[in-house]
Design a protein around this ligand. Structure first.
Ligand SMILES: [Zn+2]
Length: 212
């Protein structure tokens, strides 16, 4: 691969625009990275290889190069929701629930058209919500709820998506990126997801093509 200067220029611009805290997290500084010819050449090579050999888009490749050369961003200890939509990050779903409520009963012994104090006030017992659950933001359907799980791989930290047809990823613009420690990482340019090779093989057999 012949290194082309335009990739180095892109990389330098990307580094200059990154927040200083991104470097602090990785135990370095922006200045030290830009001043190190060795580091910049490594970043340049990974970035160009991602774009030219793996057909990844520019934004993803820039981030990927930074994670590979400077180290992946440490997983932040944050209080996360137990479930979230791996496609859009939403933590709200539309599910189903059986509820018991006090109702007005008319002279005919049947339910009358209203509930005393409105639905919420009238409920006295309810079961646990059940699926199928629909993401209230992007409309993807799940059953059970998708767990909020991440996996830290050599190339970065990714949300795990499981139990969904990989075709769903394709229709969302995700394309096959690479295999990494038992996972296949898919990216659509703005988000990247990890599908375990077991889940991937369930839909595709052992047949792996470059694009989904
Ligand atoms: Zn969603």
């Amino acid at each position: 691969m012949i290194l082309r200067n335009e990739y180095l220029e892109d990389m330098e611009e990307y580094i200059r625009n990154m927040d200083e805290s991104e470097f602090a997290k990785r135990g370095t500084t922006k200045e030290a990275v830009l001043d190190s010819r060795d580091t910049m050449e490594k970043l340049w090579a990974v970035y160009q290889k991602d774009v030219e050999d793996y057909n990844c888009d520019e934004q993803f490749s820039l981030e990927d190069a930074v994670n590979e050369v400077l180290g992946a961003k440490p997983v932040q200890k944050k209080i996360c929701a137990k479930y979230h939509c791996p496609f859009c990050g939403s933590e709200r779903f539309i599910g189903h629930q059986e509820i018991r409520a006090e109702v007005y009963v008319g002279g005919d012994g049947e339910f009358e058209d209203n509930l005393p104090g409105g639905l919420e006030a009238a409920i006295y017992d309810s079961s646990h919500p059940y699926g199928p659950f629909t993401c209230s933001k992007c409309g993807k359907e799940y059953d059970p709820l998708p767990e909020n799980k991440e996996v830290r791989l050599p190339r970065g930290t990714f949300y795990i998506v499981s139990g969904v047809n990989v075709q769903m990823c394709k229709s969302d613009g995700y394309s096959y990126h690479h295999e990494d420690d038992g996972y296949t990482v898919l990216s659509n340019g703005t988000r990247a997801l990890a599908v375990s090779n077991e889940d991937y093989n369930r839909y595709y057999g052992d047949q792996r093509s470059f694009m989904l």
